[in-house]
Design a protein around this ligand. Structure first.
Ligand SMILES: Nc1ncnc2c1ncn2[C@@H]1O[C@H](COP(=O)(O)OP(=O)(O)OP(=O)(O)O)[C@@H](O)[C@H]1O
Ligand SMILES: [Mg+2]
Length: 253
């Protein structure tokens, strides 16, 4: 008897874009809970656009996607809020509020959604910052920390409400290889400790190979997915010609 695990994310013939402009269509794939999915492809191919639709922030132009079993495009407000409450985001460029300390940045979503006393929220924020290795920097302003630290603070904020799924758009962009490696380890540690499902956008092949269980490769020439496979499969020459070229070229840049 095989075990049935409900998929935490599904796409069926999904089409995404802006206004009338379709950027990617015919996207169909599914992801089991606790997995790490990388959305990959050349610059401007629609990775962030797809991520926003998968996370319920924008509506699809066609087809269907579900998150935690719910189609957010047709869900009622209550259901939608409950799913979004269990979802964390790190947006591309990860803006922290510049006038707030790291601790205050992490406390913001907690204050909004948790009915907990101030002291408890303080402690929870400290815990989340410790989780990402920033316990000593919690009273610093974003301008006083490095790019790698800002990304980790962004991840702590995405984890503020103990989400089931986190969406990370280019978490290691612009970081040196050491900081980028630390960030990969952090993502793996979070998945290990909390069973969090991670959807990340990345074009950094070493990082994708270290972290992702599956990749969806978006092909701008055909306007649809060129592959849905584990990254190691895409590294090998095979049926996914363009994804393979992307992986091997990017690797030796
Ligand atoms: N809010 C928007 N309104 C209209 N068009 C947009 C909007 N955001 C992005 N686009 C366009 O959609 C296309 C895909 O953009 P998107 O940001 O999703 O790509 P990406 O793969 O994330 O790129 P990058 O690798 O540079 O982050 C681009 O042509 C972009 O100009
Ligand atoms: Mg993007």
């Amino acid at each position: 008897m095989s075990e049935i695990v409900a998929d935490i994310l599904t796409c069926d013939n999904l089409s995404v874009g802006h206004g009338e402009r379709v950027i990617m269509d015919r996207l169909s794939f599914r992801l089991a809970p606790g997995k790490i999915l990388a959305i990959v492809g050349p610059s401007g191919c629609g990775k962030s656009t797809l991520m926003r639709v998968l996370g319920g922030l924008d509506e699809p132009l066609g087809g269907k996607t579900t998150l935690m079993g719910v189609d957010l495009a047709t869900a009622d407000t209550k259901e939608r809020e409950s799913i979004l409450r269990r979802t964390g985001f790190l947006f591309q460029g990860s803006a922290l509020f510049s006038s707030l300390t790291l601790r205050e940045n992490i406390e913001m979503p907690m204050r909004e959604f948790l009915k907990a006393p101030r002291r408890e929220i303080h402690q929870l924020a400290e815990y989340k910052l410790a989780l990402v290795g920033l316990a000593d920097a919690m009273d610093k302003l974003p301008s006083e920390i490095s790019g790698g630290m800002a990304k980790r603070a962004g991840i702590a904020r995405a984890m503020a409400l103990d989400p089931s799924v986190i969406f990370l758009d280019e978490p290691s962009a612009g970081l040196d290889p050491v900081s980028s490696g630390r960030l990969d380890e952090l993502i793996l540690r979070i998945r290990e400790a909390y069973g969090t499902t991670v959807i990340l956008v990345s074009h950094e092949v070493p990082s994708i190979l270290r972290t992702a269980d599956y990749c969806v490769y978006l092909d701008p020439d055909t306007g649809t997915m060129g592959a849905y496979a584990p990254p190691k499969t895409l590294l090998q020459a095979g049926q996914h010609v363009k994804a393979h070229a992307f992986f091997t070229q990017a690797r030796f840049d």
